[in-house]
Write a protein that binds this ligand. Structure first.
Ligand SMILES: C[S@@+](CC[C@H](N)C(=O)[O-])C[C@H]1O[C@@H](n2cnc3c(N)ncnc32)[C@H](O)[C@@H]1O
Length: 378
């Protein structure tokens, strides 16, 4: 079994695929929420996938079919399982994505495949099986919040669940559970997503830099991934608070954690050159900040400073945008940070960066954020 199947969160399928692309590189897309990697599941794979925010399930890939004839699907799945299921007890579990596949009942699939596989060496155990055969009945996406332009056909996909992996949970580290809380605190899933998007395949970042660290919502997630932390903020209250939050989250004394009061305009002098860095931040925003050019100026300063610290780094950030940007039409010049996106992109290019990814995220009815990932122009 050398291919791995990743099932993504329904919250934002396009960003799920971008995340997997950043962490693993090339992949085959079977459905907006299902991707295949030509990699077997080993230690390196585990360390990468533990960095993902939007993976919901991990399977050793069995096969997929666009066929919708019930009997032949049952045969395909059970034949594959007969060749690949190790001895031990099993359960067949199914999942329906979106509208599912016409004429295919997932409950009937579970029953029929289970009946065909059941034997002395493979008894059924629904409560505590050694192996779980997972069948995903993947159809049209329903009620999507984030527009996805990917074209695809409904399909049925199956494999054996990897038991030594659990999807991320954020128990005990939601913003209000940390010792220092402010309403600006970023929630951990978004923070983790911004960090994973800053990865490049085959390279694990060493240094995490956030020049607008606030309460440290992003820094906490980077620390938990074993990165060295270099964070700063202009507000001394935040500097005090982020120190508290980072020492609360730190359970490993080997990481470097440096926190300073500093304007974004001076971080290159503050930190000096640092190879293998990523810059992940949530710049200041608010009613007034983005109405003047000052907010934009701060963001652009971050770009200039980052290039001085590490000319090969990656920037991953989230910028305020209007709710209309959720239409995600590549040809529309949406307003981001109070300016046309084309103007912002030009400013980014002038600072030596190119936009690698731009994807809107819904905050609430009338507000969105544009997730933006930049790589150096060279
Ligand atoms: C949106 S908040 C960041 C929130 C943070 N991600 C968190 O999880 O708490 C932006 C931060 O930028 C800081 N800031 C504003 N102007 C700045 C400047 N010129 N240089 C550095 N930090 C600044 C603010 O004090 C604020 O803490």
């Amino acid at each position: 079994m050398s291919q791995s199947l990743l099932l993504g969160s329904g919250w934002h399928p396009p960003l799920f695929r971008s995340e997997i692309n950043a962490l693993f590189g090339d992949m085959k897309v079977l459905h907006p929420r299902i991707v295949l990697l030509e990699e077997s599941i080993d230690e390196i794979f585990f360390s990468r996938i533990s960095r993902s925010a939007l993976v919901d399930d991990l399977l050793h890939f069995g096969g997929h079919s666009f066929n919708s004839d019930f009997e032949s699907i049952v045969d395909e799945i059970s034949n594959w399982c007969k060749d690949n299921l190790p001895s031990g007890s099993f359960a067949v579990r199914s999942k329906k994505l979106g509208s599912g596949v016409e004429n295919i009942s997932r409950r009937d699939l579970e029953k029929e495949v289970g009946a065909k596989l059941f034997s002395e060496i493979n008894p059924v155990n629904l409560h505590n099986p050694d192996f779980e055969i997972v069948i995903i009945v993947a159809g049209e996406v329903e009620g999507e919040v984030h527009r996805d332009s990917l074209e695809f056909d409904s399909c049925i996909v199956w494999g054996i669940r990897e038991n030594n992996w659990e999807k991320s949970d954020y128990l005990g580290r939601q913003p209000m559970e940390r010792p220092f809380f402010k309403p600006i605190s970023l929630e951990p899933r978004l923070a983790k997503l911004l960090i994973s998007l800053a990865h490049k395949k085959g390279k694990t970042p060493q240094n995490f830099i956030d020049p607008f660290c606030g309460t440290g919502g992003i820094a906490i997630e980077a620390l938990l991934q074993g990165m060295d932390i270099f964070v700063s903020d202009l507000d001394p209250t935040m500097v005090y608070g982020v120190k508290k939050n980072l020492s609360w989250a730190n359970d490993d004394d080997e990481n470097i954690i440096e926190v300073e009061k500093c304007s974004v305009k001076n971080i290159a002098d503050l930190w000096g050159a640092k190879e293998n860095s990523i810059f992940v931040f949530d710049p200041p925003y608010g009613r007034n900040a983005w109405k003047s050019d000052d907010g934009l100026e701060l963001f652009l300063s971050a770009l200039e400073q980052a290039l001085k610290i590490d000319p090969d780094s990656v920037i991953s950030t989230m910028l305020p945008a209007g709710a209309e940007s959720l239409e995600n039409n590549p040809n529309t010049d949406y307003i981001v940070m109070g300016r046309r996106w084309s103007e912002i992109e030009e400013e980014i290019n002038q600072r030596g960066w190119r936009v690698n990814l731009r994807s809107p995220v819904k905050v609430h009815k009338s507000l969105a954020r544009m997730v933006v990932v930049c790589h150096p122009l060279h």
